[in-house]
Write a protein that binds this ligand. Structure first.
Ligand code: SF4
Ligand code: SF4
Length: 336
């Protein structure tokens, strides 16, 4: 197998506690869409789609798709951060390839020179040869494919969808053959493999740069995870022993723009938003009062509704741990 067997996250990380407050986000999420063509049983999409509030939920966040106007305003703002953003992630709670302007969005970000890396997660079912060519030509740095099984039967069971797996594999292989310096990461959920991890590695290990089997954990409050064997979560999603973290580091280095321009302080749902790109600049929101209050509440363990039982902190890396530096970071934030 040519690919490295590891999770997707970078291990070349700064010691976060030493660098707060950051002048520029390390990670920015652009949420191109809130809809998905699959309904994986462990994903919040499967809950939303059957919820009577689905339409109002989509409306609440400004519609199903981010407009180019919103994309352009966010990119314009990012040019005023003092440094480049390390990672722009065009992923959210939907399938990015459903956005018909995705290659154009990648190109706009790339041409603005605001990020070291542009990447997104996709389920891969909508990836065509033409789209691969357009995305790479636009400047995509990394494609991350999340598979829901290695048989059509498993796709039906996990994702509620009928797929042509032979075609998906051919198209992934094509992306790999033309990707040049761009990276390709492929993962699959452990519950979608029924113990056939070796087969997964044999099928995909030579057509990507990194590969991994992710452990499914209860990530979303509303989703029924009663079928999971590890319901108590002894391992995190990277198969590491679960270590509870008091302070969530995610909001200290991340910012997210949702379809209607609302800005959230982390990669998860967060109410209320800390601003909107159509009324404020992203730099002002990043340095503003609303975000600072989110950070201080997090440090003081005055958890917001969003943060109570949130699983995201359990998947953080040791270099991001802030628990031992709380007093010092509060002092630094209070003087700005
Ligand atoms: S493909 Fe991804 S976003 Fe869509 S339902 Fe599955 S896990 Fe959720
Ligand atoms: S605990 Fe969850 S909801 Fe709260 S800031 Fe962290 S990622 Fe966001």
């Amino acid at each position: 197998m040519k690919a490295e067997n590891n999770p997707y996250y970078s291990t070349d990380r700064m010691i976060l506690a030493e660098n707060i407050p950051l002048q520029t986000p390390l990670t920015m999420f652009f949420c191109p869409t809130l809809v998905c063509n699959l309904s994986c049983k462990y994903c919040v999409q499967s809950y939303w789609k059957h919820s009577e509030n689905y339409k109002s939920y989509i409306q609440r966040w400004g519609g199903a798709y981010m407009t180019l106007e919103t994309v352009e305003k966010a990119i314009f703002d990012c040019q005023s951060f003092p440094d480049k953003i390390k990672d722009i992630n065009l992923t959210s709670f939907g399938e990015p390839l459903l956005h018909t302007d995705l290659p154009r969005i990648v190109r706009l970000i790339n041409e603005a020179g605001i990020a070291d890396r542009i990447q997104f997660f996709t389920n891969g079912t909508l990836l065509t040869k033409k789209l691969s060519e357009e995305l790479l030509d636009a400047g995509l740095s990394e494609l991350r494919i999340s598979l829901q099984g290695i048989t059509a039967e498993k796709y039906k069971d996990i994702a509620g969808a009928t797929v042509d797996l032979t075609q998906i594999i051919e198209r992934i292989a094509y992306f790999c053959s033309i990707k040049g310096n761009a990276k390709l990461y492929i993962k699959c959920a452990d519950i979608a493999l029924d113990g056939n991890e070796q087969k997964f590695y044999e099928m995909f290990g030579d057509i990507c740069d990194k590969i991994y089997v992710e452990h499914i954990v209860p990530l979303f409050k509303d989703v029924d995870y009663s079928y999971l064997e590890d319901k108590d979560g002894s391992k995190n999603k990277y198969q590491q022993d679960l270590k509870t973290t008091r302070v969530c580091p995610n909001c200290f280095y991340t910012i997210a723009v949702w379809p209607g321009g609302d800005v959230l302080p982390c990669c998860n749902f967060y109410e209320p938003p800390i601003g909107n790109v159509h009324t404020q600049s992203l730099v002002d929101i990043w340095n503003g009062k609303a975000r600072k209050e989110v950070l201080l509440r997090q440090l003081r363990c005055e958890y917001d509704y969003n943060c109570v039982d949130c699983y995201v902190p359990n998947n953080q890396q040791p270099s991001d741990n802030l628990d031992g530096s709380v007093g010092e970071i509060i002092k630094r934030l209070e003087v700005i």
